[in-house]
Design a protein around this ligand. Structure first.
Ligand code: HEC
Ligand code: HEC
Ligand code: HEC
Ligand code: HEC
Ligand code: HEC
Ligand code: HEC
Ligand code: HEC
Length: 344
């Protein structure tokens, strides 16, 4: 890459800039963006960027060389042997044992689940690691399903379509011919902004006016909700799976749209008004007050008679879906009465 860049460079100043940019490209190609977009480069350390890793590189598995759990009469164990993590499920004399290949989920939010191959087929593990319990418990979505045999107790067999769906939302770039050996793990710059190749080419050839990257700041509130919502609240999936109840709290775009605060024309309620997708989630409630007060100020008819701080602690309640071991934030902003049922 360095060679083509050097041969096509015209200005020495730009060359120096690019050399510096590309020097950082060791980890993955996206390090190059950091030199010119320092403010956004923090994204490379975010949860989204680290939402998928190969088992051998997985911090959770490195930090916990032996994880165990027990469910429905089956015992579960993940043991680190050098670079490898071996997943073993036992009941009586029956055993399934396989090397874990992929770890899904950074492991700081809800669970971290694993993908492995057994007898030539792909599976996602029936148990996940949960930071809250520092151990293994049933993977979200598997609850209520009784395993009929040791194979089902180990995991769910994934056909290629389902397997590719997982990777589609947790990687960046095109996956050619279902080839998982060459995927770029994590949600990185190109996943949201489109291919950076033409952009880097334009920068390289000194044609700075011809940037072919998507300027997402131009999106209106509805377009932004759809942009984030293709992963955070896919309405079609919701409808297809017929999911209802507290599990839908994970579909933030859908929940927000159900709130009386939501207005598809009003940027004050856009995902990026409250979240910088290049930063880690801000967990201080007080920081969100100004976002609410942008609309709920004295000039507007409705203001709060109860409190003037930490609005989200009451109006965006934390909800724990069954066995999630994690409380998600309900984006259906509302007066949440303790006795009221979860609103659909
Ligand atoms: C050598 C410097 C340089 C590098 C390296 C670079 N960019 Fe840029 N990028 C620019 C400049 C200059 C602009 C135009 C900024 C403007 O118009 O305000 C830009 C614009 C953008 C935009 C916004 C589009 C727009 O028109 O404002 C995005 C998104 C973007 N770059 C992403 C990336 C990504 C992703 C990478 C890494 C794959 C990257 N850039 C690498 C210099 C660079
Ligand atoms: C390609 C799929 C995808 C898209 C598009 C996407 N996200 Fe994410 N996002 C994820 C995944 C996967 C995680 C889970 C990270 C983890 O493993 O903890 C996540 C996590 C997050 C988090 C929690 C981060 C943390 O530090 O805990 C926020 C906030 C977030 N996304 C906001 C956004 C916003 C805003 C947008 C739109 C601009 C967006 N996301 C677009 C996939 C996506
Ligand atoms: C439509 C996009 C999408 C698909 C498809 C998808 N994920 Fe995710 N995944 C996400 C997002 C977004 C998050 C962020 C957590 C949240 O807010 O629920 C996430 C989080 C996770 C987590 C962290 C724990 C959690 O639930 O928050 C695991 C584990 C995970 N996904 C595994 C998988 C596996 C395995 C598959 C395939 C069977 C899969 N995902 C398919 C978007 C997707
Ligand atoms: C999860 C989606 C997502 C990822 C991943 C992401 N961005 Fe962005 N980026 C956005 C959104 C949305 C905006 C608009 C933010 C706003 O208006 O407040 C944006 C804004 C920008 C801008 C300002 C120009 C513009 O588009 O409005 C630059 C430059 C940029 N991003 C570069 C990067 C770089 C470099 C990376 C990787 C290190 C990256 N982004 C990763 C979603 C993303
Ligand atoms: C009015 C402000 C606001 C808006 C708008 C908003 N969020 Fe959030 N979001 C929050 C707060 C507050 C949290 C919880 C922060 C904490 O306590 O850690 C949160 C948490 C999250 C999380 C982490 C998982 C969870 O549920 O706790 C994700 C992912 C997320 N938001 C995605 C989105 C997406 C996608 C959109 C746009 C459809 C959006 N948010 C719009 C305020 C907002
Ligand atoms: C884009 C402007 C906007 C933003 C930002 C906004 N709201 Fe609202 N909110 C509204 C509107 C409009 C209504 C409908 C009631 C009305 O007409 O005053 C409403 C209604 C409410 C209600 C009453 C709901 C009910 O069930 O009767 C509460 C509570 C509320 N908002 C709290 C918040 C909190 C907390 C935040 C920040 C997390 C927030 N809002 C952000 C515009 C907004
Ligand atoms: C301690 C919990 C709590 C906090 C913190 C809180 N509220 Fe409320 N809020 C309530 C309750 C309870 C009500 C319903 C009062 C009633 O019964 O009419 C309410 C009502 C509202 C309403 C509807 C008013 C109406 O006339 O219908 C809005 C808007 C609102 N809050 C916005 C906010 C904003 C903005 C903040 C932060 C500046 C905030 N709230 C902080 C508990 C809280």
């Amino acid at each position: 890459m360095m060679k083509t860049v050097a041969s096509s460079m015209k200005s020495a100043a730009v060359l120096a800039l690019l050399a510096a940019a590309l020097a950082g490209a060791a980890d993955n190609g996206f390090q190059a963006c950091a030199r010119c977009h320092a403010a956004q480069a923090a994204e490379l350390d975010s949860a989204m960027a680290h939402t998928l890793m190969r088992a051998e590189n997985c911090d959770v598995l490195k930090k916990h060389p032996r994880l165990t759990g027990e469910k429905d009469g089956y015992s579960y164990e993940i043991v680190r042997e050098g670079e490898r993590s071996i997943y073993t499920v036992r009941k009586g004399s029956e055993t399934v044992s396989a090397r874990l290949i992929w770890a899904f989920g950074e492991g700081n939010m809800a669970g971290q689940a694993y993908i492995f191959q057994w007898k030539g087929a792909w599976y996602d593990s029936r148990v996940s690691y949960y930071p809250e319990i520092r151990g293994l418990d049933v993977t979200m979505g598997f609850q209520g399903e009784q395993p009929g045999n040791i194979e089902q107790a180990a995991g769910r067999r994934l056909d290629v379509r389902l397997l590719m769906e997982c990777f589609e939302c947790h990687t960046t770039g095109e996956i050619k011919d279902s080839d998982l050996d060459h995927v770029t793990p994590g949600v990185l710059c190109d996943k949201c902004h489109g291919s950076s190749a033409p952009h880097l080419e334009a920068v390289r050839s000194g044609n700075a006016a011809n940037f072919a990257m998507q300027k997402l700041g131009k999106l209106n509130t509805e377009q932004m909700a759809n942009c984030c919502g293709r992963c955070h609240g896919d309405m079609l999936r919701l409808a297809a799976n017929g999911e209802t109840g507290p599990i839908t709290v994970r579909f933030q775009a859908y929940r927000l749209a159900e709130s009386p605060c939501y207005n598809e024309q009003d940027r004050r309620i856009s995902c990026v008004t409250c979240h910088d997708p290049h930063q880690r989630l801000d967990a201080r409630p007080a920081d969100y007050d100004v976002k609410c007060q942008a609309c709920h100020h004295a000039g507007l008819k409705k203001t709060c008679k109860v409190a003037v701080h930490d609005c989200v602690t009451c109006h965006m309640p934390k909800i724990e879906p069954p066995e999630a071991h994690h409380r998600f934030t309900d984006h259906q902003i509302r007066i949440a009465r303790a006795s009221a049922p979860y609103p659909e």
